[in-house]
Design a protein around this ligand. Structure first.
Ligand code: BES
Ligand code: MN
Ligand code: MN
Length: 456
């Protein structure tokens, strides 16, 4: 339960919470684009200052790239400790011309705030800060110990988080970890996420002749790098969407019968999803439902491709080079390193003479499954029921959050509570990303309720 005076406090501060979120969303903290380096730093300082204003012991840690912000509440020796994680970095906002309002000029329409990072993840993790603020304003302290860790490199695979966790393992020790960087099952059906897929992300570069050639003068004598690349890409998957790399499926753990039953019992509206996505059909691996395919089965996708001439009109050339970004979503017990090696061997084996093909590993994450049979998970369930007025369903998600493996591997934490306040149609990574403000406030209540439920 949340004491009623704290709920009152939250009610009367709703507008200010939103105003603060809007000012946070104005900072274009795009971690992958180096020209936004200073903006990413500004977002880190913004988070650092909010934590300091709460009266927490806060610090800002430089890394090789983007800072990590850490803070903790005054210690209560007899109380459990919760580590709250979030990321203040965001994905690039392009294509810009598809945004109704500019990505870093937040606008409220129909109860949603529209901005890059609104849902992923600024708006979601900020709920914990406002929950702490309301409780501390009324009670002078929190019912548990809270440690807050906010990074600026999640969207680039958290390259500097592992070393930070290793160096600060003793300081970061906690009984449970709360991460609000996933989503509800659908808006109005809150969820606890107990599984994530892993990720192998690679780049293929194909180099042909030294420079673009006249396709009349040289066509018929040299390899065409785009043709080589597209042949390689086409070979990666069978027409039925299954992945053709030998050994790829060796370690995949089948979803358990109870999981398949549970997924089948969720009210999944395929027609509505098709309409939202603007596709005539959902497709994927035979023998599995769409929900199973997007959470409990591995996939391979081309994320981008380039090469040759794509401007106005026609230009008769054989391009010098071509390239593509390819990523694979992994499920337990696949290992990113092994999948990368299989991928590389497969591409090398199919490379024809006359070109040079290079495979580069960009980043990755391991798949995870969290045990639901833990007291902290029960506390999370009750907290969501208090905050949303509805018990959560349990889901596995298709995305990846690198810290989840790092926590298990480095801190030995298996009590990881992934509670998403966002929704699948928030448009994370897409144009017109948004976050439903009622769910922002429900998230604040759920975060407060989690502190109280864990204190019992
Ligand atoms: N918040 C997402 C992860 C996510 C997405 C969780 C959907 C649950 C449902 C996170 O910010 C993200 O986008 N992660 C990247 C990971 C990567 C860059 C290593 C992803 O999944 O592509
Ligand atoms: Mn995220
Ligand atoms: Mn993301």
């Amino acid at each position: 339960m949340i004491p009623p005076i704290i709920l009152d406090k939250m009610e009367s501060n709703r507008n200010r919470y939103v105003d603060e979120l809007l000012s946070f969303l104005k900072i274009p903290s795009v971690s992958t684009l180096s020209h936004h380096g200073a903006d990413v730093r500004r977002a880190a300082e913004w988070v650092f200052n909010s934590l300091k204003r709460l009266g927490l012991q806060a610090s800002l840690h430089q890394t090789e790239r983007h800072p990590i912000v850490y803070a903790e509440s005054p210690p209560l020796p007899d109380k459990p400790t919760l580590l709250v994680y979030g990321h203040y970095d965001v994905q690039p906002p392009d294509p810009l011309d598809e945004w109704v309002s500019p990505p870093f000029t937040p606008q409220i329409r129909d109860g949603y705030v529209y901005a890059r990072g609104a849902s992923d993840d600024k708006g979601q993790f900020y709920t914990y800060l406002k929950a702490m603020e309301a409780i501390m304003a009324v009670e002078g302290g929190l019912p548990i110990n809270v440690k807050v860790l906010v990074e600026g490199e999640e969207e680039i695979g958290s390259p500097n988080l592992g070393p930070f966790l290793r160096e600060n393992a003793a300081i970061l020790k906690a009984d449970a970890v709360a991460i609000s960087d996933s989503s509800q099952f659908v808006q109005g059906v809150p969820a606890i996420t107990y599984g994530l897929r892993g990720l192998s992300y690679l780049q293929i570069d194909v180099q042909g002749p030294r420079f673009d050639l006249h396709s009349g003068s040289f066509g018929g004598m040299v390899q065409n790098p785009i043709m080589v690349l597209t042949n390689l890409l086409a070979a990666l998957r069978h027409p039925d969407s299954t992945i053709a790399i030998p050994g790829f499926y060796d370690d995949t753990l089948e979803p358990a019968a109870w999981e398949r039953d549970e997924m089948a019992s969720l009210q999944f509206d395929e027609g509505r999803l098709r309409e939202y996505l603007g596709v005539s059909e959902l497709v994927g691996e035979p023998g599995y439902s769409p929900l199973e395919r997007k959470s409990a089965r591995p996939t391979l996708d081309v994320n981008g491709i380039w090469g040759g001439f794509s401007g106005e009109g026609a230009k008769t050339i054989i391009p010098a080079r071509a390239g593509a970004k390819v990523s694979m979503r992994l499920v337990p017990n696949q290992k990113a390193a092994r999948i990368n090696a299989l991928f590389r061997a497969f591409i090398e084996g199919l490379t024809p003479p006359g070109v040079e093909v290079r495979v580069t590993e960009l980043h990755g994450a391991e798949p995870v499954l969290i045990s639901r049979d833990q007291p902290s998970v029960k506390a999370a369930e009750r907290a969501i029921e208090i905050g949303f007025g509805k018990a959560p369903v349990f889901i596995r998600e298709g995305g990846s959050i690198p810290i989840v493996n790092l926590l298990a591997e480095i801190l030995g934490s298996d009590s990881i509570l992934m509670m998403g306040w966002g929704s699948p149609d928030d448009g994370a990574h897409s144009p017109n990303e948004r976050f439903f403000l009622d769910d922002f406030h429900r998230g604040i209540r759920s975060a407060a309720a989690l502190f109280y439920e864990l204190s019992k």
